[in-house]
Write a protein that binds this ligand. Structure first.
Ligand code: C2E
Ligand code: CA
Ligand code: CA
Ligand code: CA
Length: 282
């Protein structure tokens, strides 16, 4: 019995500790945005037919003064739970729009994709936040892509459809992220006014290096998504491509773009022009 009581105490201590941690991260994060500790890294997307890099995805990181460079998994979920994520996204949008406008001016016309949280779509400020970033930077709307996960779209498909349509009228592309990772209604997802379908890395990574049976099943799944996208007039992206074998397979299956470590890891904005230059000289 005594041990049982100890377990309960330990459990509530754990809860308290995690609540305190969340609170600490929340206040710290708000200050970190102001203090300039957030950074955006960019991962190239390879257009498979022409073998050229035509765009990048923006991935946020936190240069924490004590804990080092933190991945989004360490703070984005906390930002989403505390309502701070809209502020973070506004900062990301402004940064990405400025970087992409600078690349444009250097003669590097790349599209830049920004990840948007489900809560932001519900808040009603998404369209105006995006418009403000474009106006401030002078970036053409055609250069911007917004990524929303399959799961966040499925939370409120009507609202998503409304906002996607509004964004696309202004020339901003919309992409459905992590497709194939959830169990959302297929009909609902494919009827969305989105132009790009990103095939989740769990499907892509199954196509090579695993057992023969799983490899052929994953390849069939990727092929199905590619033809689904095509039938809906959408382009497709294979995410998380790690090996030359996976790259060859997704190209053969007709994916429009590939993204993954085999092409490049996410990199700071200032490294991108040099990386693109070294690629074109190869
Ligand atoms: P995501 O949108 O699916 O982004 C792709 C993630 O896969 C990135 O992780 C990227 O570094 C990683 N990745 C890329 N290529 C490969 C590969 O070949 N193999 C493997 N194993 N992984 C690969 P990262 O940067 O840690 O981001 C994780 C997630 O955090 C993102 O998943 C996205 O959901 C979220 N996130 C990132 N930046 C933002 C942001 O600015 N706002 C919001 N709301 N969420 C963000
Ligand atoms: Ca603050
Ligand atoms: Ca994404
Ligand atoms: Ca993804």
């Amino acid at each position: 019995k005594a041990a049982g009581r100890n377990t309960v105490t330990a459990f509530s201590d754990d809860l308290r500790a995690s609540a305190q941690r969340r609170l600490r991260v929340t206040t710290e994060l708000s200050d970190a945005i102001e203090a300039g500790q957030m950074v955006v890294h960019y991962q190239p997307l390879l257009h498979l037919r022409t073998r050229t890099v035509t765009g990048v995805e923006a991935l946020v990181r936190w240069e924490h003064p004590e804990r080092g460079l933190l991945p989004p998994s360490e703070f984005v979920p906390v930002a989403e739970a505390s309502g701070l994520v809209d502020e973070l996204t506004r900062w990301v949008l402004a940064t990405v729009a400025r970087d992409a406008a600078a690349w444009d001016a250097m003669g590097l016309p790349l599209t830049a994709a920004v990840n948007i949280s489900a809560t932001h779509m519900g808040s009603g400020t998404l369209v105006s936040d995006v418009t403000r970033a474009l106006t401030t930077s002078g970036l053409r709307p055609e250069r911007l892509v917004l990524e929303l996960t399959e799961t966040s779209v499925a939370e409120d498909p009507e609202r998503a459809a409304e906002q996607f349509a509004e964004l696309r009228v202004s020339g901003i592309e919309v992409s459905i992220d992590d497709f194939g990772s959830g169990f959302s209604c297929l009909g609902q997802i494919v009827s969305m006014p989105a132009g790009i379908l990103k095939i989740d890395k769990s499907l892509v990574q199954g196509i090579a290096g695993s057992g023969h049976k799983q490899a052929s099943q994953s390849a069939a799944a990727v092929e199905t998504v590619v033809s689904l996208a095509r039938a809906c007039g959408m382009r497709s992206v294979a995410e998380g491509v790690e090996t030359p074998e996976q790259l060859a397979t997704v190209a053969a299956l007709g994916c429009t773009y590939a993204q993954g470590f085999v092409i490049a890891r996410p990199m700071p904005a200032e490294d991108l022009p040099r990386w693109l230059g070294s690629r074109s000289r190869r």
